[in-house]
Design a binder for this molecule. Structure first.
Ligand code: FMN
Length: 150
């Protein structure tokens, strides 16, 4: 479904907007009113709700869960699941010693400050000695600082 968005842009840059349902044909009609306000109508695609699925996974189990969750999330109409990795903080030597499989590059990394771009958040972290692994606790999660309140 597409939406027809009507905007009135006044000389002082003020504008009011109303959104109503419309047929699928795009329309874009700039007009000037007697009070010099400009009327703009445009058909817009309603944006899907974006749920960020943010995970850390050494051996792939949490990654597998995250990919499954993305599939399930996208069974909901107008919802998109977007996968993100927490950046790796372990060195290449440590990863090799721990026999960690090489990760694919189809899932981008995310920075804490980018979390606010999501409409919803789902996190997946493996348990390490009863708590979330230290990558999530120390290297990534705490720097979100004030953003956690948003
Ligand atoms: C060093 C280490 C410590 C772990 N500590 C715990 C723990 O305390 N409790 C638990 O249930 N699982 C623990 N696990 C198991 C992992 O949390 C579990 O295997 C998880 O699925 C691994 O996820 P990944 O394959 O995505 O890395 C530990 C695993 C490792 C390697």
């Amino acid at each position: 479904m597409k939406l027809l968005q009507r905007s009135w842009v006044l000389p002082e840059q003020k504008h009011s907007t109303s959104v109503i349902q419309s047929d699928p044909d795009p329309i874009q009609t700039p007009e000037t009113n007697s009070d010099h306000s400009i009327r703009i109508e445009q058909v817009v695609e309603p944006r899907k709700l974006r749920i960020f699925i943010v995970y850390y996974s050494l051996y792939g189990h949490v990654e597998s869960l995250a990919r499954n969750i993305k599939t399930r999330v996208e069974e909901i109409d107008e919802v998109e699941g977007v996968l993100f990795r927490v950046p790796e903080t372990l060195s290449f030597e440590t990863l090799t010693t721990m026999k960690v499989p090489v990760k694919g590059d189809d899932v981008p990394e995310i920075l804490p400050e980018e979390l606010v771009e999501a409409d919803g958040l789902l996190f997946g972290f493996p348990t390490r000695w009863v708590v979330a692994g230290s990558d999530e606790r120390g290297g990534w999660w705490w720097p979100t600082g004030g953003d956690r309140r948003r």
